[in-house]
Each structure stands twice: as structure tokens, then as C-alpha cells.
Design a protein around this ligand. Structure first.
Ligand code: ATP
Length: 372
């Protein structure tokens, strides 16, 4: 067990003369036993970060430490890390037992009895004891994934690194394995960095989430903090499904004025301090926070037309539009909302849309930074 520290870690690639900065000054302290999920869109630098921690990629700048040891120049096999890949990377000609034991055999100090005991214990934990004599080709995807995990567990490493380990499984198996992996990580209490682009995995699995965009760390916080207090527009739009709705607004006195709505919004002192005279803002509201009511008036209530109803069972995903008169020059704006699945909503029907004050997020339009 150990803490893992990334201090201004940077990676440049030379792409035929052009320099690509895949990871840009990333600093994060991952506590001993913590489950950190590294999440972000394709190409944001997740795998490169993980590969630098693993020792599979050199570090251009900065420092990585495991416990008190800086490992920048320590070869991968000596880093006391076990990695689980998306592809499982099992040897097809070896049995499950041999695959799980393989990593241990490189260790010259361990007796055969000890190796076998470790393999059997891990197999029991993962409920794959009856598969030990089979070859990977005779296993389902989910079972192969367990073997790949088993191979990591037997090494009893200080740190687990996992690169999209569930992405080859079908949706149902994936949600089951998601919970099992969490349970396993809690039982083993090993510091874990888990890479995914799936925000459901990020929200449900991590003690904390580290969100990357274009190589830069955007926020490191608990899943709920990222959801409720996103640091900037990128995080606000990335965390949450369907995504947060955004509208450009202008601050006029204590009113937020958009193309299709305007309302009073008394700004807290801390927001006023952050604004420094800026009046060009972005107003954000999550689909699940929008209320659709049949008849209501109030400061935050506006007419909306439901264009599309997408029934999901327990809820309906809606595409709503602010009604515009033909030729009145107003910009057509649509947004997503979520309504209870039991509720009957007419496509083309007009409703009153409420943006509850407590659910409003504001951002500085120029910097993208959240105003709290
Ligand atoms: P994905 O989710 O698609 O796997 P990622 O977030 O893991 O993406 P990386 O694989 O870390 O992203 O890549 C980050 C950036 O670095 C990308 O622009 C990628 O093209 C670039 N990159 C990665 N490896 C190399 C390399 N060996 N040479 C040049 N550029 C590279």
C-alpha cells in the first residue's frame, strides 16, 4: 500500500517535428487506498498519464512518486504496480492458473507453494476457482476479465492501474462488474487509478474523480462535488447525462437576461467578488433540475414547447423549445429536460418551464470558470 503523487507531470510527443503536449502539468496526490478515476474525452491524455505511472512511457517533465520514492527512472517491473488492460492481454496457450501465476514466476524469491496459494486465493475471491485449468479461449469476456484482475491481484502490488477494464463487456455485465470491482478494491484496500471515458463509471466507482481535458486537469474532487459544484464549463458539461443545458446571458443589474427569458437573480457576495465587472455570463441548468408544470407563474417560469418525448421507462427524456413567433427574429433555443416516466406529455404541447433558483449554475463566459 502506498500513496501516489504526481507533481507537475508533463508528456510531450514528437509527432514528425510537431510537439504534442499529451499531458500538461498534472499534479494530484492520490491517498493510500484511494480509488481515483481518471476521466475525460478521447485523446485527453488518460492512457498516457497511466502509462507514465506504470513506467511504460517516459516522463518529459515533473515527478511521480510512490510512497516516498520518486520513480521517474525506475523500470516498470520494479515499480510494484499491477496493471489491468482493456484487452485483458491473456496468453491464449496458457491455462487460467498459468496466466495468473505468470507474473509471479518472474519473482525469483517466491516458492512454488506460495505462488499456488496466492493464485488459489485470488481465484476464490474472484469466484473463478473452477476455471483454473481452462484456457482463455474457453472463457466468456467477463470471465477473461476476472482472470486479468486475478493476475494483478496475485502480485499484491502497492498500486493498481486499470485502463478501461470493463469497456469490452456488454452493458449488463459491465454494471455488475463495476460493483464487484468496487467491492474488491475496498476489500484489498490498494491505491487504484482507474481510467475510463465512461462518466457512469466515474460517478459510481471513484472516491474522487480527476477530470482531464486536452492534457490539463480540470478538477479533482468527489463525484458529487464535481456534479454539484463543477469548477468550470467543461466539467459542468462533461459530468451528468444528459448534459447540463447552457444559455448565454447578460447580467443587467440583478437580472439575468437571455434571448428567451430574463429573471431576477440576486448574486451572492462571493459571486460579485469574482465577477470583477463582467456581465457576459453563461447560465447552466441540468435537465433533471428543470420542472415542467401545466400551469404556473413566477419569476423563473417560462413557456416551452415539448418537441420530442423519449420514453426511458422510469423517466422521459424531453427536448423542449422556447416558442418563437415566425419572423420575430428571436433565436430558436432548445434544451433537454427530464420528466417522470409515468407522466403523459404531448409532443407539440406547451408547458410552463421552471428553472428553480437553487439549481442555477453560473459561469464567466470569457474564462469558463464557475461562479459560486
Ligand atoms: P482514449 O480515451 O481515446 O484512449 P486518452 O485520453 O487515453 O484517449 P492518450 O492515448 O493518452 O489519450 O493520448 C493523448 C494525446 O497524445 C492524443 O492526442 C494522442 O494522439 C497523443 N499520443 C499518444 N501516444 C502518442 C505517441 N506515441 N506519439 C504521438 N502522439 C501520441
Amino acid at each position: 500500500m502506498a500513496e501516489l503523487t504526481l507533481d507537475n507531470v508533463t508528456k510531450h510527443f514528437d509527432d514528425g517535428g510537431d510537439v504534442i503536449t499529451a499531458v500538461d502539468n498534472v499534479s494530484v496526490d492520490i491517498e493510500d487506498g484511494e480509488f481515483l478515476v481518471l476521466v475525460g474525452p478521447s485523446g485527453c491524455g488518460k492512457s498516457t498519464t497511466l502509462r507514465m505511472i506504470a513506467g511504460l512511457e517516459t516522463i518529459s517533465d515533473g515527478q511521480i512518486a510512490i510512497g516516498n520514492d520518486v520513480v521517474n527512472n525506475v523500470p516498470a517491473q520494479q515499480r510494484d504496480i499491477a496493471m489491468v488492460f482493456q484487452s485483458y492481454a491473456l496468453y491464449p496457450h496458457m491455462t487460467v492458473r498459468e496466466n495468473m501465476r505468470f507474473g509471479l514466476e518472474e519473482s525469483t524469491t517466491m516458492s512454488t507453494d506460495e505462488m499456488n496459494a496466492r493464485v488459489e486465493e485470488a481465484a476464490e475471491t474472484l469466484e473463478i476457482s473452477e476455471l483454473l485449468e481452462r484456457k482463455p479461449g474457453e472463457l466468456s469476456g467477463g470471465q477473461q476479465q476476472r482472470v486479468a484482475l486475478g493476475r494483478a491481484i496475485v502480485r499484491d502490488p502497492s498500486v493498481f492501474l486499470m485502463d478501461e477494464p470493463l469497456s469490452n463487456l456488454d452493458a449488463k455485465l459491465r454494471s455488475g462488474m463495476r460493483m464487484e470491482l468496487q467491492r474488491l478494491q475496498e476489500d484489498l484496500d490498494v491505491t487504484t487509478v482507474y481510467v475510463t471515458h465512461d462518466q457512469t463509471e466515474a460517478m459510481t466507482m471513484g472516491d474522487r474523480i480527476a477530470i482531464l481535458d486536452a492534457g490539463e486537469l480540470q478538477q479533482v474532487a468527489t463525484p458529487l462535488e464535481c456534479y454539484h459544484r463543477p469548477r468550470n464549463l467543461f466539467v459542468a458539461g462533461f459530468i451528468g447525462e444528459p448534459s447540463m443545458n447552457f444559455f448565454d446571458v447578460t447580467l443587467e443589474g440583478n437580472r439575468l437576461v437571455g434571448d428567451n427569458f430574463d429573471f431576477e437573480y440576486p448574486l451572492s457576495q462571493s459571486i460579485q467578488d469574482d465577477l470583477e465587472g463582467t456581465t457576459e455570463l453563461v447560465f447552466g441548468i441540468r435537465p433533471e433540475d428543470i420542472e415542467l408544470v401545466d400551469s404556473k407563474t413566477g419569476e423563473h417560469v417560462f413557456p416551452g414547447v415539448v418537441d420530442v418525448v423519449e420514453p426511458m421507462g422510469n423517466e422521459n427524456n424531453l427536448l423542449v423549445r422556447f416558442p418563437t413567433e415566425d419572423g420575430d427574429g428571436a433565436t430558436e433555443q432548445t434544451f433537454n429536460a427530464i420528466a417522470d416516466g409515468m407522466r403523459h406529455l404531448e409532443e407539440g404541447g406547451q408547458y410552463d418551464v421552471e428553472f428553480p433558483e437553487s439549481a442555477i449554475h453560473l459561469f464567466d463566459r470569457a474564462t469558463g470558470e464557475a461562479l459560486h
